[in-house]
Design a protein. Structure first.
Length: 499
């Protein structure tokens, strides 16, 4: 078989074990009646064990990292790790079992991460090998599909294994899991922003172990093939349809057996439109509507995870878990995402009691040493206290105070820009949190004096009248006897007689 799409998907096949020789674990299965309809041969399956097999392939998609709030949708309450099922024995090559899940429109786009289904065989006389595909549709299978849909992955016996079961009554839980590390995933969108939107997963048998004749006339032999399962346990003629809980959300794609087929002319149909059993002159005429829901499920991640719940408190004596919005609407006080009410003691919920307040942590930044570059006797220094933190959730630092000894230099912002005179300055940052607790941190600012003015401006090794003459000449533009870089000796920004 060819892989229908390029890439990598993880396949987990959970295989039910064969019958135990012990009487307490004896596995039995048999058709409860002979169906006159070759397209519908229900087989009771009782299979208690499982084991796991893993494979990897890659899908295609659009978004990046997942938000990791997976949810599961299913139409069945049957167990997936072994139990009692009904194998749909008339299921032919090319037919598809599918289930549609309708969700709130705000949960889209979503990423399909795992698809599971149960396939089983009843009293098989040989080892069976089933070639299969798993599929995803945007909406229901009969909807026009957007580019890239339906998504199809098919077993090839290499990258994606075929389903292989030894003789006897066995079941396989096939788990088709998208590799979570792969950058490309399977995404379903809700482009119109509808209030609800749907996606569908399906399982197709591409090739039976031994489909010997036309399935419209003779069903695939039940002792040499495996079939998808529904969750009903009652299969008597005309009975048990009450176990079919979602007749409009379970689908069958059937082979075309003409106008007398079930459904007529094959193709897609919901369980609700398939013929049920009926009696004619005292004889049971078997229909083809299954009596239960497909045993399959899908796990998916919304791209935008719903906000997590937290404790919603009414004082300390009332509490329930809710979203922040719901808690506010109810008039409660929300304690934060992931918080819990706790077990009440003495009529009070621990999650609603105010936790002890921890002091903030002041961070005044590193010590600084600067030079008075303009020889003005002072230099401006910028101090940064924004690295200060408060360890309590919901608490914050309300005030930053910078001081030197008893003198407050600034009260308020985290940043201080201040002109410090030449010398060493020991500064204190005091931070105060919203609950009134404080912490301090020290920082040392050293302002080093500049090089100053060298009066030996002609560099002859002596300070005398010739330096005055050289300065006068430099001020007038003649630097021939002036060895310094500038004649602005007083640092006022101009070269003139004041120098």
């Amino acid at each position: 078989m060819k892989i229908a799409r390029d890439g990598l998907l993880t396949i987990l096949c959970v295989l039910a074990g064969a019958a135990s020789t012990g009487a307490a674990q004896q596995v039995t299965a048999a058709a409860s009646f002979e169906s006159v309809n070759p397209q519908h041969v229900p087989l009771a399956i009782d299979s208690p064990d499982t084991q796991t097999m893993r494979v990897v392939l890659r899908p295609q998609g659009g978004y990046g990292q997942r938000d990791n709030c997976p949810q599961t949708s299913t139409l069945t309450n049957a167990p997936f790790d072994g139990g009692t099922y009904t194998a749909q024995g008339g299921f032919a090559e090319g037919e598809i079992a599918a289930a549609t899940y309708t969700l709130n429109g705000t949960l889209f786009p979503l990423k399909v991460t795992l698809m599971e289904f149960i396939i089983a065989q009843s009293n098989a006389s040989v080892q069976t090998t089933t070639m299969w595909s798993v599929m995803v549709w945007d909406g229901v299978p009969t909807d026009p599909q957007p580019p890239g849909f339906p998504v199809v992955f098919s077993s090839d016996g290499d990258i994606i294994p075929h389903i292989i079961m030894g003789p006897g009554t066995r079941a396989t839980n096939v788990q088709a899991q998208v590799d979570p590390q792969d950058p490309e995933q399977i995404y379903v969108y809700n482009p119109t922003g509808a209030a609800t939107h749907s996606f569908t997963i399906g399982f197709r048998i591409d090739q039976h172990n031994s489909q010997t004749q036309n399935p419209c006339n003779v069903p695939p032999p039940s002792d040499r093939n495996a079939f998808p399962c529904t969750d009903n346990t009652q299969i008597g003629c005309g009975t048990g349809y009450g176990a079919l809980n979602y007749p409009t959300q379970n689908w069958l794609y059937a082979v075309n057996c003409g106008s007398n087929g079930c459904p007529p002319n094959g193709g897609w149909t919901r369980f609700s439109t398939l013929q049920t059993d009926y009696y004619l002159f005292g004889f049971c005429i078997t229909g083809c509507r299954p009596r239960g829901d497909w045993v399959m499920r899908a796990t998916w991640d919304p791209v935008n995870c719903p906000p997590p719940d937290g404790a919603c408190c009414f004082g300390t004596s009332g509490c329930f878990l809710a979203s922040q919005t719901a808690c506010g609407q109810a008039g409660g006080v929300w304690r934060g995402a992931g918080t819990t009410c706790g077990t009440p003691s003495g009529g009070q919920f621990p999650g609603c009691q105010a936790p002890p307040n921890n002091p903030p942590v002041a961070q005044a930044g590193p010590d600084q040493s600067v030079t008075d570059t303009d020889n003005s006797g002072a230099e401006t220094v910028v101090l940064d206290g924004s690295g200060s933190t408060d360890p309590d959730a919901g608490d914050f630092i309300a005030n930053f105070r910078w001081s030197e000894g008893p003198d407050t230099l600034q009260d308020g912002p985290a940043f201080l820009s201040y002109s410090f005179p030449v010398g060493v300055h020991n500064l204190t940052l005091t931070v105060t949190d919203s609950q009134g607790l404080t912490d301090t941190d020290e920082v040392v600012v050293t302002v080093v004096g500049g090089a100053g003015c060298d009066p030996d401006v002609n560099c002859d090794g002596a300070v005398n009248g010739f330096d005055i003459q050289a300065t006068e000449e430099a001020v007038n533009g003649d630097f021939s006897n002036f060895c310094q870089s500038s004649a602005d000796l007083n640092g006022d920004g101009s070269e003139n007689g004041f120098d």
